[in-house]
Design a protein around this ligand. Structure first.
Ligand code: PLP
Length: 434
């Protein structure tokens, strides 16, 4: 039915003792998007044919089989008893969420809008949790009505949940999102430790737990989220260990036993030159030990992690077309029909401190034997009237002309929904799941 996913070239190349002739590929582009029929393919289809099927460029294409393979690899590396949730904000396209719902154990939503998509995807409310620092009164009520688990992040949420519960005659299921009392130096994007708008400070949690008991809400567990985009396995192991220990300490104050312990996510993917794939072996071993410890220290708890970009980020590409080729004072610009309005992250304006290029290439393959240094240094820019609209800064591509397709990899997460699509009034980007 679908083409087999080629094996990870980077890992096998690194394992072999012989020095590879060329540098092993850092990115998964080679394994998920092979060149067949003289062109890059997504899910076995040449991108030019996909462009014709979509009807226009630019578009995002996501590969179903790549997501299947990704979840399978992850499950093989992590303990079977660990639950894996998909954090929908990474890619909320309904077809993607529906596909992921069939592969993972739960969905994490960050708004009532995402909750609707999660329920439509067929995920049972028992397997949906809701986190977010500013849940509106209406969203809290909708969450109670849906029967999902609410990760409480403020004392303010308790009376609202209690009122919704009384009005609807339904229990409000709650977990406590904890702002941990530890900090991680090597996390790409910190979301816990120190002062944060997320969760409730660990030292305040005993008081919150008491209030949950007094309000008669159904306490189910803890959610401890410490960061995002981490490529350092030792840091992930340390954060998961500390999160577990924090949960055990806090459980002593809980009105009922912990049934769910969400140890956060944070697994990163390689975006930039020099980034390495996150090594899962030590993370899997540590999670195995934590599950073992939970048998005595939190005997009713199921452990979970929640991942966004790790599950879908490498499965997607953004495809745009060269509109113009301009030379300005000796430097070549490829002006494309796509840009930051569709792909803010690749433009470097979605949290990057120092701008680096996402992996970019043309859909037509680079002839074999041609070294990157022999390719043309060009800047790939978008159609917007701002110098921020940059998809590739002085990257080396083979010679491109108007009409050629440009492919941006690592684009399966934080794409259209994380981009300012209305900026400058260009058409919205299309998305396909192949
Ligand atoms: C953003 C977020 C995630 C997903 O982060 P990724 O880096 O995409 O894995 C998971 N959980 C929470 C609470 C988040 O805010």
């Amino acid at each position: 039915m679908t083409e087999p996913i080629p094996q990870p070239a980077a890992e096998s190349a690194m394992k072999s003792a012989a020095k590879p002739a060329t540098k092993p590929p850092v990115h998964t582009e080679m394994r998920y998007f092979p060149d067949t029929a003289g062109e890059l393919t997504v899910g076995g289809q040449p991108v030019s044919r996909l462009a014709a099927r979509v009807g226009s460029t630019p578009f995002y294409a996501y590969d179903r089989q790549a997501m299947v393979a990704r979840v399978a690899e992850l499950r093989a590396a992590l303990p079977a008893a660990l639950r894996i949730s998909y954090a929908m904000k990474a890619n909320p396209m309904p077809a993607v969420v529906q596909h992921m719902a069939g592969l993972v154990d739960g969905l994490d939503v960050a708004s009532a809008g995402e909750l609707m998509v999660a329920l439509d995807a067929g995920m049972g409310p028992d397997h949906i949790s809701f986190a977010g620092p500013g849940k509106s009164d209406a969203e809290l009520k909708r969450a109670v009505a849906a029967g999902i688990l609410v990760n409480v992040e403020s004392f303010r949420e308790l009376p609202l949940l209690r009122a919704a519960s009384a009005e609807l005659g339904l229990p409000a299921r709650v977990a406590v999102r904890v702002n941990p009392d530890f900090d991680l130096k090597s996390s790409g994007m910190k979301m816990g430790g120190g002062p944060k708008q997320f969760g409730v400070d660990a030292e305040e949690v005993p008081r919150l737990l008491q209030a949950i008991g007094e309000a008669g809400l159904a306490f189910e567990g803890f959610h401890i989220y410490w960061g995002s985009q981490n490529l350092n396995p030792a840091a992930v192991v340390e954060a998961q260990q500390k999160s577990f220990e924090l949960a055990v300490r806090l459980a002593a104050h809980a009105p009922s036993p912990v049934r769910h312990l969400n140890l956060g996510g944070g697994f990163g993917i390689p975006y930039f030159p020099g980034d390495k794939h996150l090594e899962l072996a030590s993370i899997g071993a540590n999670l195995g030990e934590l599950i073992e410890r939970a048998r005595t220290e939190l005997p009713q708890a199921t452990l979970s992690i929640e991942l966004g970009r790790y599950l879908v980020g490498e499965s997607g590409v953004y495809v745009c077309r060269v509109l113009d080729r301009k030379v300005s004072r000796g430097h070549t610009y490829l002006v494309t029909d796509g840009g930051m309005h569709h792909h803010l992250a690749a433009s470097g304006n979605f949290g990057q401190v120092i701008r680096k290029n996402y992996p970019v290439r043309l859909a037509k393959p680079t002839p074999t034997g041609v070294e990157p240094s022999e390719l043309e240094p060009v800047s790939v820019v978008g159609p917007l009237c701002t110098p921020l609209d940059l998809l590739g800064d002085r990257c080396r591509l083979q010679h491109a002309e108007p009409g050629d397709l440009v492919v941006v990899f690592q684009s399966g997460a934080y794409g259209p929904s994380a981009s300012p699509q209305r900026f400058l009034g260009h058409p919205e980007v299309k998305e396909v799941l192949v």
